[in-house]
Design a binder for this molecule. Structure first.
Ligand SMILES: *Cc1c(COP(=O)(O)O)cnc(C)c1O
Length: 428
């Protein structure tokens, strides 16, 4: 860790906390981060030449694995025709068309540069369309770092155990209602206050570990939204092209009015998107009165990486194979945990999974708060020492790419079993 330690010391001098996104600081697992020199396939190599099996994949974005040759080839090809134009290009249209094909709920879509931008813009649009102000979100869901969402936030803030952010105004907080996930009664109560423009939800949550929304809950949200002129937004920045090609909405049978996308969509380049019903989307400038813009939005490079990624994951069997691999991993984790009667369980969908330091069912943020953090930290550190990189927070989901092999998974399960035998049994 010599070189990483040195780099981190330097980083802290020039970058707040030494990182450009808080979870990277490793503070909730009592360690300092390693700095990555190279990423290939399922592996990361740090500045001290330690190699890790990566179960984060740039927080889900790298579904094909790192530095996929086909993406590199495509990006290299198009870069010779320009990096950004600030003017329309063909690939924007092709990618928009592809998104609408994969997501039947999306009739029109606009590109942005991050998930945060997508969710921020989606709620502005919902407010502009309904002429109402308030937003309902759910505790533990993460929708990026926009002011309207940093109210009892999940991932970003809860890594540090502080639910709110300084700098978010009281006026902002007043317009956001944050409710327990999977609890329809609370939603019914909250919408009595009128003035609700939209309900935004991760239909499978990936920022309070991995938690499924109950299908009946989602169906009831849909009905409540219809009855009360409320826009239903599915934030699929993480789950889109990840739990299934068509996202969580293709699995739950509920059609949102608007959807936000990101991560996988950019093939590793910074891309976000929001889209949905034509009659709502047409309220955006230049057609309508809801302003939204972006200098680098829809740039040819990012669009090409996205298009190529969608082409590859659209191949027959792609998702079947990815899901099978993840399910194999999860079944092994559950099997070994059971063998040692450990208070640990796991679940997955597509190329996304959760490992819980409890055997109780987890249905909301509080359930995750009540899992065993000491066991998680011990697990994280032991795995890392053995060259396996899981998210450095128990509030994050895990990701498998199509580059991961059965050998990687079997090795990971073997080390997990070693941890159970050598450490877990002695501290519990
Ligand atoms: C990652 C994420 C975001 C934010 O995306 P950024 O690109 O980090 O701004 C928003 N919503 C969900 C569900 C996410 O997982």
């Amino acid at each position: 860790m010599k070189n990483s330690t040195k780099l981190f010391r330097q980083a802290k001098k020039y970058i707040p906390g030494g990182v450009n996104s808080p979870v990277r600081a490793f503070s909730s697992v009592g360690k300092t981060p390693f700095f990555i020199k190279e990423a290939k396939g399922q592996y990361l190599t740090d500045e001290d030449n330690n190699k890790y099996i990566d179960f984060i994949g740039s927080w889900g974005a790298q579904i094909l694995g790192h530095s996929d040759k086909r993406i590199i080839k495509e990006v290299t090809r198009v870069i010779h025709s320009g990096i950004t134009y600030g003017a329309p290009c063909k690939n924007e249209v092709m990618l928009a068309k592809e998104i609408t094909k994969i997501y039947p709920s999306i009739e029109k879509v606009r590109m942005v540069n991050s998930g945060t931008e997508a969710t921020m813009s989606a709620i502005r649009l919902a407010r502009g369309f309904t002429k109402k102000d308030r937003v309902i979100k759910f505790n533990g869901c993460y929708h990026g770092h926009g002011d309207s969402f940093l109210i009892k936030a999940g991932s970003g803030a809860s890594t540090f155990g502080t639910p709110n952010s300084l700098g978010v105004t009281k006026a902002n907080a007043k317009d956001t209602i944050s409710l327990p996930y999977n609890d329809i009664k609370q939603v019914q109560k909250a919408i009595k206050s009128k003035n609700i423009a939209c309900i935004i939800i991760e239909p499978i949550a990936g920022n309070m570990n991995f938690i499924r929304a109950n299908k009946v809950f989602l169906k009831k949200l849909r009905i409540l939204c219809n009855q009360n002129n409320i826009i239903l937004i599915f934030d699929e920045v993480m789950t889109g092209f990840r739990v299934a090609k068509g996202g969580a909405q293709s699995l739950c049978g509920v059609k949102p009015d608007l959807t936000t996308l990101g991560k996988v969509l950019g093939g590793g380049l910074p891309v976000g998107a929001f889209g949905g019903r034509k009659d709502i989307m047409d309220n955006l400038a230049p057609l309508g009165g809801v302003y939204q813009a972006g200098t680098l939005s829809g740039n040819p490079l990012a669009m090409a990486a996205g298009l190529k990624t969608l082409e590859i994951i659209s191949k027959p069997k792609y998702f079947k194979e990815l899901s099978k691999k993840t399910e194999y991993f999860i079944s092994k984790i559950n099997e070994v945990a059971q063998k040692y009667q450990a208070d640990i369980s796991a679940d997955s969908q597509g190329g996304m999974f959760g490992i819980y330091f409890t055997k109780k069912e987890v249905t909301n943020y509080n359930d995750i708060l009540n899992t065993n953090e000491n066991n998680f930290i011990s697990f994280f550190q032991y795995m890392l020492k053995n060259g396996i990189f899981f998210a450095p927070s128990m509030f994050e989901a895990g990701f498998i790419s199509s580059s991961h092999t059965k050998k990687d998974i079997d090795y990971t399960v073997k080390i997990f079993e070693k941890w159970l035998k050598e450490i877990y049994l002695s501290i519990n």
